[in-house]
Design a protein around this ligand. Structure first.
Ligand code: IMP
Length: 434
């Protein structure tokens, strides 16, 4: 069995793309198992930078086959746009190279309109969703009224689509939001479905077969552990399973596929979050500005999908330990270590305080997480620019110390640290004591 899993260990945007890029070059299949076009993965092809939202980013490697699993929600319009974007960049996208699970759910313009109307209705208590229709599409899935990719093949599909939009119009009316004109939507959707028909497959069966014959399957997580519908900071989460166990249900694999799986958690050297919700180690002011950047570089802390400035803070060791446990991480990759250069001293949150209680684990209930006070340890900073460093021995001792502390606090070994946005700006970390 050769299943490799990459998941975000924080609130998304951890820089999973670069690890995917690296491992995809040695993989036969690259698969997305959760979410939809709410994700934003930055991919570099030659000198060009592309923002992918739906396709597995490993598909840019010519020897991979891309899979969109049943755990996903797929907006056909976004998917076709992305397929065209990659074709224009010289990537071959044919039904030989891309498969879409018949059991994935569809996102329609009605889901997007509902997402926006529901957010507006929440007012100041909004969740800060990406507005892509993710929540309403998964709601329809759970309430067993959703439209699946395989339904596009049925002769009554357009009738079902019409009644779905009629129903959504009714709800939009209740929210006081504008309703959708049905006929043009049906025409556009029908033509999009026709183009996608050849890509519809039994992804579960094909991946099972692939693993049985010794192929390497790379599962690309979208978002991060703390946005998981069950294990994240509910209700400020997305609507899917973003964690490693979600790979099995989201691709239709059995527990046997998980045996000896490599489970790589990606975490930034500090903490970020887009949208609303608790963030115990959040910073503001000048320190926050230094971590966030100005937005002039593509790797500064501004959302790939929405362009919103990300909230930033010190690394949270409690959340990291939690992510290691929930995912069963076998290793950790720490990204953006270079951004910490130039600080006199650095902090990592190691516990939470509520009243006179100190907690080493997450309190349950997100309301509790909102009211905790972080307990920090202080570590010496370093001044050197890390961008040109490629060997562990060349890292400043303080940076080595930082990674040792992360390994100890997270209980999982840091195997690599990135020191810049380019492919080769990565340092292999020797086995550190946990
Ligand atoms: P939704 O997934 O659009 O419903 O948004 C729910 C929450 O998840 C919001 O706080 C979003 O900002 C956050 N979110 C969704 N996708 C991503 C992502 O790819 N990176 C970071 N945050 C995300």
């Amino acid at each position: 069995m050769a299943l490799q899993i990459i998941v975000g260990a924080q609130w998304g945007d951890e820089g999973k793309g670069r690890m995917v890029d690296w491992l995809a070059s040695q993989s036969d299949y690259v698969a997305r198992f959760n979410g939809g076009d709410n994700a934003g993965h930055t991919v570099t092809i030659g000198s060009q930078i592309y923002k992918l939202h739906l396709l597995p980013s490993g598909i840019i490697h010519p020897n991979t086959i891309g899979m969109l699993g049943n755990g996903m929600v797929i907006n056909p319009k976004s998917l076709l746009e992305e397929m065209d974007l990659l074709r224009a960049a010289g990537v071959t996208i044919t039904s030989e190279r891309l498969r879409i699970s018949h059991a994935a759910h569809l996102i329609t313009p009605a889901h997007q309109a509902l997402d926006k109307a529901m957010e507006a209705a929440r007012g100041k208590d909004n969740l800060g969703t990406t507005g892509r229709g993710i929540g309403p599409a998964y709601t329809d899935k759970a309430s067993r009224s959703g439209l699946r990719v395989g339904d596009m093949l049925a002769p009554n599909f357009i009738d079902r689509l019409r009644s779905h939009i009629e129903k959504a119009n009714h709800s939009l009316g209740l929210y006081g939001a504008p309703t959708l004109e049905i006929a043009p939507l049906l025409t556009v959707f029908e033509s999009q479905c026709k183009i996608l028909t050849p890509y519809i497959r039994d992804v579960s069966a094909e991946l099972h077969q692939a693993l049985a014959s010794g192929k390497i399957v790379l599962a690309e997580g979208a978002q991060g552990t703390l946005l998981d519908i069950d294990h994240g900071s509910y209700p400020f989460v997305t609507s899917s399973a973003t964690t490693a166990p979600g790979v099995l249900t989201g691709l239709g694999l059995g527990l046997d596929a998980a045996q000896n799986a490599r489970v790589i958690g990606v975490a930034k050297a500090f903490q970020t979050r887009v949208g609303s919700g608790p963030f115990p180690s959040e910073l503001s002011g000048e320190l926050a500005g230094r971590l966030r950047g100005t937005g002039s570089n593509p790797w500064d802390e501004f959302g790939t999908t929405t362009g919103r400035p990300r909230r930033v803070g010190w690394l949270d060791g409690v959340l990291l330990r939690y992510a290691a446990r929930i995912n069963g991480l076998t290793e950790l990759v720490m990204t953006k270590l270079d951004i910490l250069s130039g600080f006199e001293s650095l902090r990592i949150c190691t516990a939470y305080r509520i009243g006179d209680m100190t907690l080493a684990e997450l309190p349950f209930g997100q309301a509790d997480l909102g009211s905790v006070e972080p307990v920090y340890i202080e570590l010496p900073g370093w001044q050197a620019d890390l961008g040109n460093i490629r060997r562990w021995d060349d890292l400043p001792v303080q940076a080595q110390g930082y990674l040792r502390t992360v390994t100890r606090l997270g209980g999982v070994p840091v195997r690599y640290a990135s020191v810049g946005p380019e492919r080769e700006q990565i340092v292999e970390v020797p086995a550190l004591e946990r």
